[in-house]
Write a protein that binds this ligand. Structure first.
Ligand SMILES: [Fe+2]
Ligand SMILES: [Fe+2]
Length: 408
């Protein structure tokens, strides 16, 4: 899954780094935590088998916008990919995709060199801290994709071995991405304890059709984020703080292929694309993914400015390009190129900043909650207004023109 961690549906909840709304509307501090292990072994920490070290363990808060882990209804997935039941499954197309995944274009791409450690040692001050957070969040997001795809590969083996193998090969890609990021963390003497995360984190349940919408968007937005950062740093190498970005060009083609596979899956399930409900859900997922990314990134402007980007400009570029790509398959998308859409996003950022400030204040919980009420009402009304903006009808009923392709 993409580093964007975009498919987080936390929108009807206040965006706050240290607390979250539980069902029933009570605010309680989050108890689960990500664990980061301090490591003295430079470059030696493998993602697949992170070593637990009791000494030097530090803990960081898991936030509402931290990339999530997903699970789904695997029995329903099996039915959807049963060729006896679903005659629309185009096995020839899936076999072609499988061959492409088997080619494994990036088999030898993720090879490190001494530049990594040298660059990490040079990075000091606030940029170092925010950069570590970027590596942690990206690693968690990639690992989230690995877990979901691996399980789908396992569960679909009997009903549809071709689709199952593609999922397994996609989990190979995501494990590689997560591993590469975790090795990056080792340059900063840290490592994400992925084994601990697998067991300790809560999994968000999505029905299969929602997994398709959310994961498609997550992969495509991840592609656009990576390629945009890559192109920017290629043109402005003086902002290159760490060599990992040089790998984004080929890396993002993995995300693009993953997205194309979900396009093919959606095409094979036209009931998820061709009615009014599909249009409403498509717009809902677009909105939740775009808003989550925008709020997330605006809380981390120091990172984007640190690599020479204007956060809002970068995000709008990614949103517009992702939306154009998505319009090729979703039956409706948002009119993100209408300036009013950005104005609404910016108002949400202002409200979110106030919510974060309340969370960080010294007020007692009751007072914090009272202060939050009007802000949450404001945020919800902006979201609803953005959702109700006239949409762009898109997609193609017979899909005749649609073929997965590398967007570049
Ligand atoms: Fe991916
Ligand atoms: Fe990935």
């Amino acid at each position: 899954m993409a580093a964007a961690a975009a498919a987080e549906l936390a929108l009807m909840k206040p965006i706050n780094p240290i607390s979250k709304f539980r069902k029933g509307g009570t605010l309680r501090p989050r108890s689960s935590q990500l664990r980061v292990l301090a490591s003295s072994q430079s470059g030696a920490t493998a993602a697949a088998a992170p070593k637990k070290k009791k000494s030097g363990k530090t803990e960081i808060n898991e936030t509402l916008l931290t990339p999530r882990f997903y699970t789904t209804d695997f029995d329903e997935m099996e039915q959807l990919f049963n060729t006896e039941i679903n005659k629309k499954l185009n096995q020839a197309e899936f076999e072609a995709l499988l061959n492409e995944f088997k080619t494994d274009y990036n088999q030898t791409h993720f090879v490190r060199n001494p530049e990594f450690k040298e660059a990490a040692d040079k990075m000091q001050g606030p940029l170092r801290k925010i950069f570590v957070e970027f590596l942690e969040r990206s690693c968690t997001a990639e690992f989230s994709g690995f877990l979901l795809y691996k399980e789908l590969g396992r569960r679909l083996k009997k009903t549809n071995p071709v689709v199952a193998e593609i999922f397994s090969l996609m989990s190979r890609d995501e494990a590689r991405h997560a591993g590469f990021l975790n090795k990056g963390l080792s340059d900063f003497n840290l490592a994400l304890d992925l084994g601990f995360l697998t067991k300790a984190r809560k999994y968000t349940f999505f029905k299969p059709k929602f997994i398709f919408y959310a994961t498609y968007l997550s992969e495509k937005i991840g592609y656009w984020r990576y390629i945009t950062i890559y192109r920017h740093l290629k043109a402005n190498p003086e902002f290159q703080p760490y060599p990992i970005f040089k790998y984004f060009e080929n890396w993002c083609q993995d995300e693009n292929r993953h997205g194309d596979f979900f396009s093919a899956l959606l095409k094979a399930q036209p009931q998820f694309l061709n009615d009014w409900k599909a249009k409403l859900w498509s717009r809902f997922f677009c909105l939740s993914v775009y808003v989550t990314m925008y709020l997330n990134d605006c809380q981390r402007t120091a990172f984007y400015e640190g690599i020479g980007l204007d956060t809002k400009e970068f995000d709008m570029h990614v949103i517009i390009e992702t939306n154009r790509t998505t319009a090729r398959i979703f039956p409706a998308v948002l009119d993100v190129e209408n300036p009013e859409f950005k104005r609404k996003l910016d108002r949400m950022v202002e409200i979110n900043e106030k919510l974060v400030a309340i969370g960080e204040s010294q007020d007692i919980p009751v007072v914090k909650n009272l202060k939050r009420i009007p802000l949450i009402a404001g945020l919800v009304s902006e979201l609803v207004a953005a959702y109700l903006m006239p949409p762009v009808e898109s997609g193609s009923v017979d899909f005749a023109d649609f073929e997965p392709q590398i967007v570049y």
